[in-house]
Structure formats: C-alpha cells, structure tokens
Design a protein. Structure first.
Length: 139
C-alpha cells in the first residue's frame, strides 16, 4: 500500500520540493514529479538545475529522449509507465493513479488556500486506510 507523507509549512513549495527530491535522489529513489501546471513544471525544472547547492539532480521532462534513463522526471500526467517508486504531487488536486507508487509526497504551503485542499486529500487517504505521516518543514 502506498505510504503518504505530508510536508507542512512550506514557505516556497518548489524550494521544498527541490530539497526533498534531492534527498530522495541521494537515497537512490526514482521520482516522478507531478506538475500539470506549465508554470509549476517550468519552475521546478529551473530550480533542479541549481538545487540542492551541493549537487546536481539529474532530471528531465516526461517524453524527452533521456526520460527512460533519468531518475527524476517532471510530468503533467501520470500516464508514464516507467518504474518510479516515489510520486511528488505539486498539484492542488488528488493525483490520479497515485496508488501504483510506493510513496506519495504531498507538500503543503503555509497559506490557507493551499491548506484547505490538502486537508481534503489527507481525509481521502485516511478514510481509505493509507499509512500517513505528517512532517513539519523548518522555516
């Protein structure tokens, strides 16, 4: 069953995602970043070229020639059938097909507009018996 981790209190969700994805990459995990909004996908792509400052995270967009060999992918859909074990949700909605991943990471900003839909997703997962963990991001 998919393990779901909520990271609360992100001042900048993309910066928080970059830190978490960097840690996951260092652990040898294969990550799919779900970013259906074009500006979000472009933002996370740009940040991953320079974050974390201590190392490079190999990444590309789904559909690119090197996607099959790249441990971190950014995609606007979850139709990609490659073997990724972690899904990072950068959308405000419940990600489709999330249950095929070992782990789902939800990053929650500090503003109410982001926290309200995150609470609904949390309830959805909890009501269906998914193992949940909550983490507070340091400022």
């Amino acid at each position: 069953m998919t393990r779901i981790d909520f990271y609360h209190g992100a001042g900048d969700k993309l910066q928080a995602a970059c830190r978490l994805v960097g840690d996951l990459y260092a652990e040898g995990r294969r990550v799919l970043i779900y970013a259906p909004a074009a500006d979000t996908a472009a933002g996370i792509d740009r940040l991953l070229w320079s974050q974390p400052a201590t190392g490079f995270v190999p990444h590309c967009r789904t559909g690119e020639a090197l996607a099959g060999e790249t441990p971190v992918l950014i995609g606007a859909s979850l139709d990609d059938e490659r073997d990724h074990d972690v899904l990072v949700n950068l959308d405000g909605e419940l990600p489709p097909s999330f249950a095929r991943f070992e782990q789902l990471i939800e990053i929650v900003g500090s503003d109410e507009a982001d926290r309200i839909p995150a609470r609904e997703r949390f309830k959805f997962y909890r009501d269906r018996g998914y193992p949940l963990q909550a983490h507070q991001l340091s400022p």
